[in-house]
Design a protein around this ligand. Structure first.
Ligand SMILES: [Mn+2]
Length: 340
């Protein structure tokens, strides 16, 4: 069972902002029961990532949230900037290799301190650095689900009107993304009703989840909702959606759009036909609310498709968010078994 907590964004520019992010990380690690060693490592990771942003990109953001996987608690940190990027990020992970002063040393330290690290950096476009630290030593089990997301409220709102959830149940994973009409707490209330339907009945078909959401959301603002269920036994993805949630599957670099019906869940909804698509071991599912533009193409980002879904979500979110809406993007794939 994977649970990803609510994300908090920290603007990074001044050194004092790095300290605030570090303090927030410390508070979160105490809440999750991290011991002193893991808390100390977390503080160093946030300091390194924040200092790198300040030094090389001048400004950026750190997104932080709690993770829970099979009873383990963790913290995910995603450092995002649109700065100059790195010439050779893989090589920069080696201690002492640096294109500018101490960046290389910093990344070498990050790789040793974090349990999971991934980076996507493109010259002139910026860097996204993912770091995960668990309250105990953890290993990525090959074949397990990897889930990445960004879910960020519109400027000046504290709560996001979009909600999402991914629930695994035996050999199936179901993902739901909901965009409550408007913004703020009432929009969040509507979208969270859809989330609660899937939480309570994770084995239901996507169409059943949508129908139940429609019943439960009557009298609320209503929402656009889409549900995808991947079944590893039948190698199929079933999808149904109502309203403006975008969905697509990548299979061997080709992109297939997932269709939604017109309507508003909770208000007017006529059909909930499910569409079925093939799901391969290397397939990737991307779903997003209309706060993320549709004109992105992962093939414009060399090598991004092999990154961790959290990195993919953060890169697409950084470059394609519409500023005047809540924005949510969820990326799902299976951890690939390493060749060697
Ligand atoms: Mn929206």
């Amino acid at each position: 069972m994977n649970i990803l907590g609510q994300q908090t964004a920290y603007h990074i520019g001044e050194l004092s902002e790095v300290s605030s992010a570090r303090r927030a990380g410390n508070a979160l690690s105490l809440k999750l029961g991290f011991d002193e060693i893991q808390s100390g490592r977390l503080a160093l990771l946030i300091t390194e990532a924040g200092t790198n942003i300040g030094k090389h990109a001048k400004r950026g953001q750190i997104f932080m949230r709690s993770l829970s996987r099979n009873g383990l608690n963790g913290i995910e940190i995603i450092a995002v900037d649109s700065g100059p990027g790195m010439f050779n990020p893989t090589k920069s992970f080696e201690d002492g290799y640096s294109t500018t002063e101490t960046y290389g040393v910093g990344l070498g330290a990050i790789k040793r301190l974090a349990h999971e690290v991934d980076i996507y950096s493109e010259s002139g476009k910026g860097t996204v650095l993912l770091m995960v630290i668990w309250n105990t030593e953890a290993q990525v089990i090959p074949g397990q689900w990897q889930i990445g997301s960004m879910c960020i409220p519109i400027a000046n709102e504290r709560v996001c009107g979009d909600s999402w959830i991914a629930v695994d149940c035996q050999r199936m994973l179901t993902v739901l993304v909901a965009d409550g009409l408007g913004h703020g707490p009432d929009a969040a209330h509507a979208s969270l009703l859809a989330v609660s339907v899937l939480e309570q009945a994770p084995a239901n078909l996507p169409s059943e989840t949508l129908q139940k959401s429609h019943q439960l959301m009557k009298g609320s603002r209503g929402a656009a909702v889409a549900v995808a269920r991947v079944d590893l036994d039948t190698a199929e993805l079933r999808y149904t959606g109502v309203g403006n949630i975008s969905g697509c599957i990548y299979n061997h670099k080709s992109r297939q759009h997932l269709l939604s019906h017109n309507g508003i869940v909770g208000s007017h909804m006529s059909r909930t036909k499910e569409f079925t698509h093939a799901w391969c071991e290397d397939s990737m599912l991307v779903m997003h609310s209309d706060g993320v533009g549709t004109k992105w193409d992962i093939n414009n980002y060399a090598g991004l498709e092999s990154c961790h879904p959290s990195v993919i979500a953060a890169v697409l979110h950084r470059d394609h968010t519409r500023v005047r809406d809540d924005s949510t993007i969820v990326v799902i794939k299976r951890a690939q078994i390493a060749c060697q």
